[in-house]
Ligand binder design. Sequence first.
Ligand code: PL3
Ligand code: FE2
Ligand code: FE2
Length: 251
Amino acid sequence: MHNELKITDMQTLESNKKTTEESNNPVCLNLPDFTTDSYKDAYSRINAIVIEGEQEAHDNYLSIATLIPNELEELTKLARMEMKHKKGFTACGRNLGVVADMEFAKKFFSKLHGNFQIALEKGNLTTCLLIQAILIEAFAISAYNVYIRVADPFAKKITEGVVKDEYLHLNYGQEWLKENLSTCKDELMEANKVNLPLIKKMLDEVANDASVLAMDKEELMEEFMIAYQDTLMEIGLDNREIARMAMAAIV
Ligand code: PL3
Ligand code: FE2
Ligand code: FE2
């Protein structure tokens, strides 16, 4: 008798817990309708941006390897992850019946892509690492963290796997810059001044489409700043230097 009561109590507790969890989960309540034309139209550009971004990230890590040949193995690993990400996001678009607008995405990245290529030609490794492993990765991390909260279940699962890798990539750039800070600080500051405004422009450009996917611009900026500032702190810059660098986004 005593035992039976115990089991019943536990079941009641368990089912209460479930109800509370479900009703307290705002993520479940605010998901957009993934089947509307307006959602698919916005997704055709955002999905393309992400696919193009992953492809360029792949190419950029292999390019960076030409500047640090003894890191070839590690950088090839990172590049491989980017190809996996590209495949994952391609599947997300296919799953929703969306055709990615790759032409739009190429234009979206063209200025940053150009700056990376110039730095590569000049052998400016610090600039290459800042553009790819800090700015682009922090941008991707902010986008993916926000997207996970409002994505369809298929894309959510894929994006959760991807964002874990992106932190490894951010960390790669961070550790190299940390070790070489004394010799690369000036170039880092200068490259940031040129390229952070481009990231801000890209965010402005994508904000409308992102809002159709229920992604909030303020949240994107907040997530970006967290990843960006955290990394600069880990690299070994002080508060004033970090503030000065972040300020480049608002001029
Ligand atoms: C680095 O590994 C990848 C770089 C990709 C950059 C992505 C930027 C994304 C901005 C658009 C925000 C929407 C995210 C939605 C994901 C399907
Ligand atoms: Fe990636
Ligand atoms: Fe990455």
